[in-house]
Design a protein around this ligand. Structure first.
Ligand code: NFS
Ligand code: SF4
Length: 628
């Protein structure tokens, strides 16, 4: 077995790995060690799209062989990649569609449990979509927004609604290559068709449809999820929040919500603060109820409300090993099936809540938006009775860090531009004068094939040291929060220029924007930078880059590709599903940039990764004539 401290840099998780091993409980880290990755699959050199195969090509001699149907290595890799994009995009767009559906019920007056909370955001979204706002009731504006944004999913011809949010020149490039999304459902359907046996067998043409589909995620499904969640639950503003397993409290009923959709979490917040529930918890001998998040909905609730966060994707099983988690409620995405067994071992009540995500052997309490408390109250009641009957030893790691979260495209504008009117002028000026060298998005998962959090933390430290302002989301943001770096004082690790800006404004050099769907905030911030002027005319002109150093999910591939298609150089680490030296590789890693889009990059070393991104930023500065 790999020593715990080689599995992770997270001290709390390492402690729990050791405890699990003592307790005879297997976690994801140990399963990864016994499950060697298939080398052919890792290079994406196999195809099982029909029963004449599965066909395996040789990554060492990629053009030495073709599949039974004659498919080349480039076709096979492009099709595999396309299906990852389709699945990742489907996850984000289905999430966005659920939130939009709920919004529709609210503005139609059918659902009274949720409301329009942020009217300013409502007006702003209406404006982007060119919906009339003058003298109209919020409800009516909301109804128009709902109907317009539904096209993000259902439209079959024409340009999708948020094309209106895209900088002119970026949109022109998309039009030129015919990759402006129509509607997400159509794009995903078309990818599945085109990657069927015997359809699209030209990797460049397949990658075009990848771009179109990924864009329908980033500027479509994900953006809808973020914007509508902001309208219903409030646009985040900076808030202090505690992160890591030390947020669990031995003398409280501990409830963890882990997943991706904010509606479940918003409701359980109401349930856990209900006076009768708190009384019941006290009657059971607890001091109170402690609600904690994990993964992306956790990151979202932390950003909006300062709800404590227990850790990222690699820690979801490990946290149960504390024995202190009385209930865990999950909804969709990144929910390991392995949670079931670990929860059983430690007596945690584990519940699935979403009709899309059941787990064999795990109790399902369906969350119904029309009666949200029915589900969340039951979870709380089950947690209280588990608290009363806690057995076995409880061991909570003491690790806990306080940081600032909850930045948004809007808040970045207020923070730098003054509190009355959002303005990106000061940000652009500081980039032009060189105090800030450029902007990087560092996002994505953690995973067991690399030391948890290590690459995120080292990469981000190297970037800020070189005056690159870092924007974060998802599990990556949690990694840096656990490292204690989401604080203004982290400016002392930044280069002189960036440190000066941070100290003047009182902001951290690393800004946490929330969950993975909130990567759309990076797109809207980038668009604002382009519109503000002085930094070129398209997103591809910006001195910016992106990274997901420990990615694992298909969603990450969709995100990576929508950043690339939007014009951003995007570097992944740990592994990349591709055979090097192929035409497909060259297309993703070089030719897309020549088409006016961004491009992919790969590195397994965080310092090298940082310098690849910095070199790109410098190249863009050079082209803009601001590299002095
Ligand atoms: Ni993003 Fe969030 Fe985390 Fe990766 Fe999973 S929780 S949507 S996919 S693992 S960052
Ligand atoms: Fe093999 Fe072609 Fe069938 Fe794929 S589609 S399994 S390459 S025969």
């Amino acid at each position: 077995l790999t020593p715990a401290h080689d599995c992770t840099t997270c001290e709390a998780t390492a402690q729990m790995i050791d405890k699990a091993r003592r307790d005879g409980v297997e976690l994801v880290f140990d399963r990864a060690a016994t499950m060697k990755a298939c080398p052919i699959g890792a290079d994406s050199a196999c195809c099982k799209h029909c029963s004449m195969g599965p066909c395996r090509l040789n990554a060492k001699d990629p053009y030495g062989k073709v599949g039974v149907c004659g498919a080349t290595i480039d076709t096979i890799q492009a099709r595999n990649f396309a299906r990852m994009v389709a699945s990742g995009a489907a996850a984000h767009t289905d999430h966005g569609m659920s939130i939009l559906h709920l919004f529709g019920e609210v503005v139609k007056g059918h659902n009274k449990d949720y409301e329009i909370k942020d009217t300013q955001k409502l007006l702003q979204v209406a404006q982007t979509l060119e919906i009339e706002t003058d003298g109209r009731a919020y409800q009516d504006i909301g109804l128009d927004i709902y109907e317009e944004l539904m096209k993000t999913y259902t439209q079959v011809e024409g340009e999708f609604p948020f094309a209106k949010a895209v900088p002119e020149k970026t949109l022109e490039t998309w039009r030129k290559h015919n990759i402006v999304p129509r509607g997400a459902m159509r794009e995903i359907m078309e990818i599945m068709h085109r990657t069927h046996m015997g359809v699209d067998q030209d990797y460049e043409n397949i990658v075009n449809q990848c771009s179109r589909t990924a864009l329908s995620d980033g500027w479509g499904g994900s953006m809808v999820a973020t914007e509508i969640s902001d309208i219903m639950f409030g646009t985040p503003r900076p808030v202090m929040a505690e992160v890591n397993m030390g947020v669990l409290k031995e003398d409280h009923v501990n409830i963890i919500v882990h997943g991706h959709e904010p509606n479940l979490f918003e409701s359980i917040m109401v349930s856990t603060s209900d006076a009768t529930m708190v009384e019941a918890a006290k009657a059971a001998g607890a001091k109170g109820i402690n609600l904690v998040g994990m993964c992306c909905s956790g990151a979202e609730m932390m950003s909006r409300h300062g709800v404590p966060h227990a850790g990222n994707f690699m820690s979801t099983e490990a946290v149960l090993v504390t024995g202190a988690v009385d209930a865990m409620a999950v909804d969709v995405q990144c929910i390991k099936q392995g949670l079931g067994k670990v929860a059983d071992c430690y007596g945690t009540e584990l519940f699935t809540t979403n009709p899309r995500c059941h787990i064999e052997g795990v109790k399902h309490i369906e969350f119904d938006e029309d009666d949200p408390m029915a589900c969340t109250d039951e979870v709380v009641i089950k947690a209280i009775s588990r608290f009363k009957n806690r057995k076995g030893d409880i061991q909570i790691p003491k690790n806990k860090n306080v940081g600032i979260h909850g930045f948004s495209k809007e808040y970045i504008g207020y923070m730098l531009g003054g509190s009355f009117r959002e303005s990106y002028v000061p940000l652009n000026e500081n980039i032009i004068n060189g105090r800030i060298r450029g902007v990087a998005g560092v996002v994505g998962c953690t995973q067991p094939r690399t030391k948890q959090d290590y690459m995120h933390v080292e990469l981000v430290k190297e970037l800020i040291k070189n005056d690159v302002l870092v924007l974060q989301t998802g599990c990556s943001q949690i990694a840096l929060a656990k490292a204690g770096l989401l604080i203004p004082e982290a400016a002392h690790l930044a280069g002189d220029g960036l440190a000066e800006v941070c100290e003047t404004v009182g902001m951290p050099p690393i800004l946490g924007l929330g969950s993975c769907v909130d990567n759309s905030r990076i797109l809207t911030a980038a668009s604002e930078m382009v519109r503000t002027g002085g930094l070129g005319h398209s997103i591809a002109d910006l001195p910016a880059a992106g990274a997901a150093p420990e990615w694992m999910s298909e969603k990450a591939i969709s995100i990576g590709h929508y950043f690339v298609a939007s014009g951003v150089y995007t570097v992944f680490g740990t592994t990349f599903p591709i055979t090097e030296g192929t035409k497909f590789h060259k297309h993703l890693f070089e030719e897309l940039e020549e088409m006016g889009l961004g491009k992919w990059g790969f590195s397994n070393d965080p310092i090298e990764m940082a310098h690849m991104m910095i070199a790109h930023i410098d190249k863009k500065r050079e082209q803009l004539g601001i590299n002095k």
